[in-house]
Design a protein around this ligand. Structure first.
Ligand code: GLN
Ligand code: ZN
Length: 760
């Protein structure tokens, strides 16, 4: 009989119980016992749910109070010294200190670095690697949870981050060495873990190796063969799980190690399923991840079955298992709990619980024939047809407009060199103009007004007035500080994607569609289900009001097409590039309206441009082409005299500088203070022609930077980029900061710019 399993269940709970429990514990409002009880309860509920869906094994170790990479580091005893001696037991408090930055005696210390997990919006904590580190089982959580599952009568499949992936994602600290040299010390620790799990009676262990979908250096490919020849055949059967893409050239590694099962991403790697099936080691099981674990659409079960049939032919029924493409960590828990969506739209969706039912149904069809799931097949086909037919997903006007796009719509009238004098005349700017990235502190007052309006305690007119008051206050303060290009401060935006999504056709919002972003932080991505159109201007009133309060130029402020796409659940019935183009057209209209309303500078933020890069280098070109084209489509409709700004919140441009230049924004602001302006080197080397505002003020910390240090950074920048093309601004928006720090910091920043302007 073929089997059904799951790679991981969302740990946050349908009602974000995990968040509440862990935050209460951190705040000292609940005990460790209460915390543990909530954890046991969540796990029990999630296992029951999965068993009921017909899964043969339940994942164990997918639960964590913070992050599964950190969990793996704890299990291996890879705890940086600053968090204290762990002597074989990383208890929960130590674990939290690593995530949150406290030493054993409670002093603040640097937390482990956090970064995005492959191409998802989930963040993991980066392992810190030292040449002399040793690995020893140092956490009991995986074993006690395995016992917990066994005690409740389930068949547990413990899940570990595999050794290659754990190492690949680790960061070498202290000294310069090849981290792959740690593998030989790491493998015995994994062996001991597997042995203990075998002793507990675990039949299978899942080792996650998403690195198998990346371009791997030869040494790492060889390491796969070495590692899995060692780890298999000792006790528990070993399933290696690859996901977030196809195996590509790593397919040839498949026969090189005698693993007992290989899981592959049958959504993104659908075309290679049969090839992988044929390459499997003798008797090995193929786990076909044909249910999309990265998106919220309901599966076309007929189509999925069709994909499974040829695999069954090759492998036989016994050796074919069904699963979601990856852990369900990346989708919300349960659609049944959702109250924010209409029935039609809900009918097109599946969250984690529903996806597992789909997995269960496919298994039944394979084992008992399709008639066994006739009802599920009919319902799935009806949903697919409803979505395909629905007028809500297709707007003839939008499609006609996209079809009529012409090349000149992605080009400004004149090249930058000619636009520049026109903009300088239009905006009347000094040398080294000062500005900010857009948002100002979202004060308690602002948040209260938003809450009260949502709850009906504030009328719309009262709410609008509260926002206008906040804008007026922000403008007044900016004038007092003496900034050159002002912003309205974004008080009306709770979130830079949600705000636009709520004003565009084609987006829907859930009430309970939470997914974990990091630690206890959860986000509710919008659902981009249909053609995108802008029924009316989205930001013009706010910007016009802000401009009316000052003679200085006010920047219009928009979120770019790639970022809107990247931070939403996006429709899967057309290429992402097509959706990006629709978003770009809607933004293009907004840009035109802002210009017509008298805004002389307009910023289109693209903080997510870089994270949208495909995992495989070979696919970058295509992505960057449409990403750049979308940005240009959104921004090229303005006259030469209107200045287009963009902003990106990172300091890593080396490999994408060509695309950044191709955006042809008049001004780009980037994060730079923490890298001491080093990132400018690539702009210099590339002879980047337009203007740049390298951040001189690290907004991630509450510390107020001094005039001296910012002047110093500016002087450094000026050695690389000519002063005529330099702007002065913070690293990013200021919405998470308080006025107490923001005001003196910006005063110092303006003073630093003034000092630089004075003849030396
Ligand atoms: N304009 C936005 C702000 O200032 C940009 C945020 C971002 O880059 N993530 O908040
Ligand atoms: Zn930013």
């Amino acid at each position: 009989m073929g089997k059904a399993h799951n790679l991981g269940f969302p740990r946050i709970g349908a009602h974000r119980e995990m968040k509440r429990a862990v935050e209460a514990y951190w705040a000292g409002e609940s005990s460790l016992e209460e915390l543990e009880a909530t954890g046991r309860d969540l796990r029990a509920r999630h296992w029951r749910r999965q068993a009921e869906a017909g899964l043969d094994y339940v994942p164990v170790g997918d639960f964590s109070w913070y992050d599964h990479m950190l969990e793996m580091s704890a299990l291996l005893g890879a705890v940086p010294e600053r968090f204290g001696q762990v002597s074989g037991n990383v208890d929960l408090d130590t674990f939290f200190r690593m995530a949150r930055g406290r030493s054993a005696d409670g002093v603040e210390t640097t937390p482990c670095e956090m970064t995005k997990w492959f191409d998802t919006n989930y963040h993991y904590l980066v392992p810190e690697l030292h040449a002399d580190m040793a690995f020893e089982i140092s956490s009991e959580r995986l074993f006690s949870e395995t016992r917990e599952a066994l005690d409740q009568g389930y068949n547990p499949k413990p899940v570990l981050v595999g050794p290659l992936t754990w190492l690949w994602l680790g960061k070498v600290k202290g000294g310069d060495f090849d981290k792959l040299t740690l593998l030989d010390r790491l493998l015995p620790a994994y062996e001991r873990i597997l042995d203990r799990l075998a002793g507990q009676g675990a039949e299978w262990v899942q080792l996650d190796e998403p690195v198998l979908v990346l371009d791997l250096p030869e040494a790492w490919r060889a390491a796969y063969t070495r590692a899995y020849n060692r780890l298999t055949g000792r006790g528990p059967r070993v399933m290696v799980a690859a996901y977030f893409g196809g195996l590509g050239d790593n397919v040839d590694l498949v026969p090189s190690a005698p693993v007992d099962a290989l899981h592959v991403d049958g959504v993104r790697g659908v075309r290679e399923l049969e090839g992988v099936a044929a390459a499997l080691p003798a008797d090995a099981v193929l786990s076909a991840g044909v249910i999309d674990g990265r998106n919220i659409w309901r599966t076309d079960l007929e189509a999925a079955l069709e994909r499974l049939r040829p695999l069954e032919q090759i492998l036989g029924n016994e050796r074919l298992w069904v699963a979601p493409s990856c852990s369900l960590l990346h989708v919300p828990v349960d659609l049944a709990e959702e109250t924010g969506l209409d029935e039609e739209l809900k009918g097109w969706l599946a969250f984690a619980a529903q996806k597992l039912e789909e997995v269960g149904a496919l298994k039944r069809a394979l084992n008992e024939g399709r008639d066994a799931i006739a009802e599920a097949l009919a319902a799935s086909s009806a949903a697919v047809a409803s979505r395909r037919r629905s007028a809500r997903t297709r707007s003839p006007a939008v499609r006609e407009r996209v079809a009529g796009l012409t090349g000149d719509m992605t080009r400004r009238d004149s090249p930058y060199a000619e636009r520049r004098p026109r903009q300088r005349a239009n905006l009347d700017l000094p040398e080294l103009p000062t500005t900010t990235i857009g948002s100002f502190p979202q004060t308690a007052e602002i948040r209260r007004a938003r809450r009260d309006f949502k709850a009906g305690r504030l009328s719309e007119a009262e709410y609008l007035q509260a926002m206008r008051d906040a804008i007026a206050e922000d403008v007044r303060i900016q004038e007092e500080i003496g900034l050159d290009v002002l912003v309205h401060g974004e008080p009306e935006r709770s979130d830079m994607v949600e705000y636009f999504g709520q004003r565009l056709e084609g987006f829907a919002f859930t009430t309970g569609g939470w997914v974990q972003s990091y630690g206890s932080r959860c986000v509710r991505p919008p659902v981009l289900y249909g053609d995108v159109a802008r029924p009316e201007p989205m930001t013009v009133d706010w910007s016009v009001y802000a401009q009316s309060l000052t003679d200085r130029p006010m920047k219009g402020m928009l979120t770019g097409p790639v970022t809107l796409l990247q931070w939403s659940f996006v429709r899967d019935d057309q290429p992402r590039a097509d959706t990006a183009r629709q978003l770009a057209l809607a933004l293009r209209d907004e840009v035109a309206d802002l210009e017509a309303a008298g805004l002389r500078a307009i910023q289109v933020d693209e903080p997510a441009l870089r994270e949208g890069l495909p995992l495989r280098r070979g696919e970058w070109g295509d992505y960057l082409d449409w990403a750049v084209e979308s940005f240009r489509l959104a921004t090229s409709g303005v006259s030469d005299a209107t200045q287009i700004h963009t902003h990106m919140c990172y300091a890593e441009f080396n490999d994408i500088i060509e695309a950044i230049a191709a955006l042809d924004a008049d001004v780009i602001s980037v994060e730079a203070s923490r890298s001491e302006m080093e990132l400018l080197e690539v702009f210099r080397e590339y002879e980047y022609p337009n203007e740049i505002g390298p951040g001189v003020y690290d907004i991630h910390s509450p510390r107020v930077p001094t005039t001296d240090e910012m002047a110093e950074l500016l002087a450094k920048a000026e050695r690389v980029i000519p002063r005529e093309r330099l702007w002065v601004n913070p690293d990013c928006g200021l919405k998470t900061r308080g006025w107490g720090e923001v005001r003196p910091a910006l005063e110092n920043m303006v003073e630093a710019a003034r000092r630089m302007r004075e003849p030396q």
